[in-house]
Design a protein around this ligand. Structure first.
Ligand SMILES: CC(C)(COP(=O)(O)OP(=O)(O)OC[C@H]1O[C@@H](n2cnc3c(N)ncnc32)[C@H](O)[C@@H]1OP(=O)(O)O)[C@@H](O)C(=O)NCCC(=O)NCCS
Length: 307
């Protein structure tokens, strides 16, 4: 190729590149120069589309960090930071568009990942556990201990009690392992507590943080058969809702259940949760397709109802 043809091809590449910034040509020009300078080497795919997404997500992360430093529970800030880092429906976040840490040892330090993914996640999107135990009028909600397994063994062995849970029955050894895993603090997006009455375990209560910016929690519960019908699950769940809204600052709590689980549905209703969906045949559980309900409660609804 002659010099003229080469410079024509380069011009074509440049024009195509900057055409991705039709409303901000000067930003496109700067991005082109940075691209030639190797500043986008950390992108998994070095294309104008990805470079544009990088600019948008970094700006979004920057604005979100500012909001969340003022109020760590700011729901818009959580949505923005969650989307910037992990993407949302139909959008890709920085975590997916940047190469994994250490993948390109030649990229400049500090890396974009360290600055715009790892640091804001550690500062603003890494929940810490609430102060434990949580106490209510009659109950203590505390971390699991290995020896709690004994109290749960009979219930977990029962086909009837586990029938409407997604988990299958468990043997004694499996329950010990389950209690042992829960006893370790583990993942900071999961909180699983034993519900105790007068020093005796009567059930358990869990919260799983999820969704964009970890701004939703799924709640779950059990009460052991010999302690059912006394309102313990309700009292424990009320305490967990408070932890979800006040400590974790989520904007929404959901419960998903087998639609045949009348007692669990009644519990959701007692808590003031709204049945938002009745999905037909969407749960595969224990050899059959079954309907499910999703119940939900928003932070503002919970506050209006007096917390
Ligand atoms: C779902 C489950 C936790 C509900 O248990 P529960 O005993 O109905 O719930 P509670 O402990 O809140 O008790 C409520 C009952 O106690 C009664 N009660 C007695 N004293 C009470 C009090 N001080 N406060 C509130 N309710 C009280 C309520 O009237 C209610 O009884 P009712 O349903 O006959 O009206 C339980 O059935 C269970 O663990 N099932 C197996 C596991 C499971 O399916 N988990 C849920 C998966 S989605």
């Amino acid at each position: 190729m002659g010099d003229d043809a080469l410079s024509e091809a380069a011009q074509g590449g440049h024009d195509w590149f900057v055409s991705f910034w039709p409303d901000e040509p000067e930003v496109g020009e700067r991005a082109w120069r940075d691209h030639l300078d190797g500043k986008y080497a950390e992108l998994g795919e070095v294309t104008p589309l990805r470079i544009r997404q990088l600019h948008i997500r970094v700006a979004q992360a920057e604005a979100a960090v500012e909001r969340l430093r003022r109020d760590p529970h700011d729901p818009v800030g959580r949505g923005m930071l969650g989307e910037a880092l992990d993407g949302a429906v139909g959008t890709t976040g920085l975590d997916a568009i940047l190469v994994p840490a250490g993948h390109r040892p030649d990229v400049r330090e500090p890396t974009l990942r360290a600055t715009w993914v790892d640091a804001p996640r550690a500062e603003l999107l890494t929940p810490s556990p609430p102060e434990l135990p949580v106490r209510t009028d009659r109950l203590v909600l505390r971390r699991f201990r290995e020896e709690d397994a004994a109290a749960f063994e009979d219930a977990w062995a029962s086909e009837e009690w586990t029938g409407l849970l997604l988990s299958p029955p468990m043997s004694g050894a499996e329950v010990v392992e389950w209690a042992r895993r829960r006893a370790r603090a583990g993942d900071n997006t999961f909180l699983g507590l034993v519900v105790e009455h007068d020093g005796v375990p009567v059930g358990d209560s869990i919260l799983m943080l999820q969704g964009v910016g970890l701004s939703q929690a799924e709640i779950g519960w059990t009460v052991l058969p010999e302690h059912a019908g006394r309102g313990y699950a309700t009292e424990a769940a009320r305490a967990m809702l408070r932890v979800a809204f006040e400590h974790y600052g989520v904007r929404r709590v959901v419960a998903n259940l087998d639609a045949r689980n009348d007692r669990s549905a009644a519990l959701c209703e007692r808590l003031g949760m709204r049945r938002e969906s009745h999905k037909l045949g969407d749960f595969w559980s224990k050899g059959r397709w079954t309907d499910s309900y999703e119940y939900a409660l928003l932070a503002e609804e919970w506050r209006e109802a007096g917390g």
